[in-house]
Design a protein around this ligand. Structure first.
Ligand code: ASP
Length: 343
């Protein structure tokens, strides 16, 4: 019999109505779970649940909570066959990305899920998301950090929260679903990562100063000069299309050059959820590379932020981080299948 550990972090899934609006409440959520006989059916794996303290609306998640979740998994790694993390939807894609990097050598299923409507409501998506996430965690097919939501299992570090109100709230715009839960749970075996060859360890994260800048028509880059060149260690620039910046880019390039010389890592991502950055495809992007920026290819902003935290926390040199940002470590960038390099 497989054994799964559920880690309840907060989020809508376990919230109840309070005079101040929906808020997480441990006892109420446990009582609701106890009222679901399906969770104790013979078809289900054995499961335990632990609660994070405090329970959070996931908008409040920081590296401190990522480390706490990672520690819970590490402490219980050998005792359980898989993990289900119950989490708010707002930052679930960030947490899934962060855990995918932090859990080095992970060979077990770590499935994040949550819901758009809390379990306490008659109409809710919490029940199916919990049951199916538990079944997938016990299914023995998955060896990576994933997100299950609305009938689809997605690679965690490929996801974005796409809808604020649909029950299918997440997308993986640049990588196929790992499984679809229709009448049966059908796995896309070719898309799954193989079990890691390394041994398991947890890399905690430090709160390095990282920024995300979204380019828009008329942006006055000079306003960001001192932040970019003196304050931040890593910057994700969300550019237009395939990596383009506005024509008056000359004001950005000296800033990027100065920031790079100071050891700041600058990653070029796209505002388009689908497709890849291709530095040099247009005149407006080739100068970015020359100034010292690196390409994020088709990485999501969520995964780029998490990867920066991770690589800084590993204590790698600036040059090494630049190289690693352009290579896939946990399937977060599209490159040749099987070319992932564990770092
Ligand atoms: N604000 C909530 C959270 O992220 C939203 C949700 O869970 O759907 O914690």
């Amino acid at each position: 019999m497989k054994k799964i550990l559920m880690i309840y972090t907060g989020g809508t899934i376990g919230m109840v109505n309070t005079p101040q609006g929906y808020a997480p409440q441990k006892e109420a959520f446990h009582a609701l779970l106890d009222q679901l006989p399906e969770l104790h059916s013979k078809a289900m794996p054995l499961w335990d649940i632990v609660d994070m303290d405090p329970l959070l609306d996931s908008s409040n998640i920081t590296v401190v909570e990522w480390n706490a979740i990672g520690r819970r998994i590490a402490e219980n790694y050998n005792a359980y066959d898989g993990f289900v993390i119950l989490h708010g939807t707002d930052t679930m894609a960030y947490t899934a990305s962060a855990l995918s990097f932090m859990l080095r050598g992970n060979g077990k299923p770590v499935i994040l899920t949550g819901s758009q409507i809390p379990l306490c409501e008659i109409r809710n998506d919490a029940r199916d998301n919990i049951i199916t996430a538990l079944l997938i965690a016990a299914g023995g097919q998955v060896h990576e950090v994933c997100l299950y939501f609305g009938g689809k299992l997605l690679r965690g570090n490929r996801t974005i929260k796409y809808s604020a109100d649909d029950l299918i709230a997440f997308e993986s715009p640049n990588y196929p679903a790992l499984a679809e839960a229709g009448i049966a749970i059908r796995y896309n075996r070719a898309a799954l990562l193989p079990p890691s060859r390394g041994s398991f360890s947890l890399q905690p994260l430090e709160n390095f100063p990282i920024g995300v800048i979204k380019v828009f028509p008329g942006i006055q880059f000079e306003l960001f000069d001192s932040i970019m060149t003196e304050r931040l260690r890593g910057i994700v620039i969300e550019t237009f299309g395939a990596g383009n910046i506005p024509g008056h880019a000359n004001s950005l390039l000296p800033i990027i050059r100065k920031a790079s010389e100071n050891g700041t890592i600058i990653i070029v991502c796209s505002q388009c959820p689908h497709g890849t950055v291709s530095l040099g495809a247009y005149e407006t992007s080739s100068a970015l590379k020359e100034a010292g920026a690196v390409s994020g290819y088709d990485i999501t902003t969520e995964a780029a932020v998490a990867k920066l935290y991770y690589l800084f926390s590993r204590g790698l040199s600036t040059d090494e981080i630049r190289v690693r940002m352009e290579r896939s470590m946990r399937g977060e960038i599209t490159i040749e299948p099987g070319a992932e390099e564990e770092v």
